[in-house]
Design a binder for this molecule. Structure first.
Ligand code: UD1
Length: 366
């Protein structure tokens, strides 16, 4: 059974890790791992392959960065060629990046069945490129692997046939559980002179925040205002480019409580999130990881596809509103025993066995 697995951006590598291992173990599956090259910096791609002990892709399309149409189009053209050559029985695409969309479109147009990992997530905000990618990918897919029951419901409301939807749980949760013992042993706090439970960790990369000078300024000002909390901020390449361009970088660098560092690896990022007092982020994945690690999260977004984390009380949406960011952060900082309370919450993201469940469905389909 030839299964093509398409990935290209950092979060896709993480959420696919155990699934790739699970598929590699099955003698009847011939895995064709294709990297689109959407992310190409060492820290954004190869470092994760090394940390998560993943096999090298059989093809790297090397498409690199570009506008949405250019990037998606280049991936589609190159993928079509690979699909015609490698003749997969099915194409699997994880997540919601331009690589996901391009993989689904290229495959469905060649009448190759598509399997979507992380199907049914919806922010209901079509200005987010990922929302467009998710919706189109879901409706091109024959196998939709939903991480939560809420995602199953979203798909049902959109008319997707029940027999195509499989509740699997979240593959990112499996990966986190599997690597947690290694995560706990990291020494990144010593390296950056941080105290357990006495700092916040910040990530920022979404276009609506970093490409908008007003939003970026407002978030930067809020972070500068939170001077009673040490903050560590691993800066995504896209955010670094815009912080430089907008002239905001020197202001951040001057703030004594703020430490700007290069993007860190998966294990270090989880260690930082686990031991932090608060996570500040606009990433989809980190909202969930903070939830699983019982660290309160403030999300620089108006909407989220991971609404479960908000409804259960582990996550607050603060957009790019400076006053709201500062106010909610102070509220979190003053709340006693917040982490122990978050530990008591139910987990709607499955039991940590989603990779096995997905592979079972794939095996039965062949
Ligand atoms: C992409 C995904 C997003 C995901 C994010 C995680 C889409 C539409 N977005 O956003 O869903 O959360 O990855 O990181 O697919 N760059 C580098 N080095 C790299 C990669 C990118 O410097 O290895 C810079 C380039 O200037 C590039 C910019 O980052 O133009 C944006 O990269 P891109 O792949 O377009 O989107 P992300 O913002 O990373």
């Amino acid at each position: 059974m030839k299964l093509m697995f398409v990935l290209g951006a950092r979060p896709q590598i993480i959420k696919s890790a155990l699934l790739i291992h699970e598929m590699s173990r099955k003698p009847e599956i011939e895995l064709q791992l294709v990297h689109t090259g959407q992310h190409y910096d060492y820290e954004m791609s190869q470092m994760l392959f090394d940390e998560l002990e993943l096999p090298s892709p059989c093809v790297n399309l090397g498409v690199g960065s570009g506008s949405h149409a250019r990037q998606t189009g280049k991936i589609m053209i190159a993928l079509e060629r690979s699909m015609l050559k490698l003749k997969p029985y099915m194409v699997l695409v994880p997540g919601d990046t331009n690589s996901t969309l391009a993989g689904a479109l290229a495959a469905v147009k060649l009448h190759v069945p598509v399997g979507h990992i992380e199907a049914g997530a919806r922010s209901y905000d079509m200005r987010m490129p990922e929302e467009v990618n998710r919706r189109v990918t879901d409706h091109c897919s024959k196998f939709l692997f939903a991480p939560t029951h809420n995602c199953v419901e979203n798909l049902t409301k959109e008319g997707v046939k029940g027999e195509c939807i499989h509740f699997s749980g979240d593959t990112m949760y499996d990966v986190l559980l599997y690597h947690l013992p290694r995560v706990l042993k990291r020494d990144i706090l010593n390296r950056f002179d941080l105290e357990k439970d006495d700092y916040g960790v910040v990530t920022l990369h979404r276009p609506e925040n970093v490409d908008s000078p007003e939003a970026l300024k407002s978030i930067v000002e809020a972070l500068i205002q939170l001077e009673d909390l040490d903050l560590i901020f691993p800066v995504h390449p896209r955010a670094m480019k815009m912080l430089r361009r907008s002239g905001l970088l020197p202001h951040l660098e001057k703030a004594k409580h703020l430490r700007l560092v290069d993007p860190v690896g998966y294990l270090d990022m989880l260690h930082l999130a686990k031991q932090a007092k608060i996570v500040f982020t606009d990433s989809g994945g980190l909202q969930k990881e903070a939830f699983w690690l019982h660290t309160p999260c403030l999300t620089f977004r108006e909407r989220t596809e991971w609404i479960e984390t908000v409804e259960l009380g582990g996550n607050v949406l603060v957009g790019s509103n400076k006053d709201l960011i500062v106010q909610k952060a102070r509220e979190y900082l003053m709340t006693k025993n917040l982490k122990s309370r978050l530990k008591e919450l139910p987990n709607p993201f499955g039991d940590g066995d989603s990779s096995e469940k997905i592979v079972e469905v794939l095996e039965e389909s062949g």
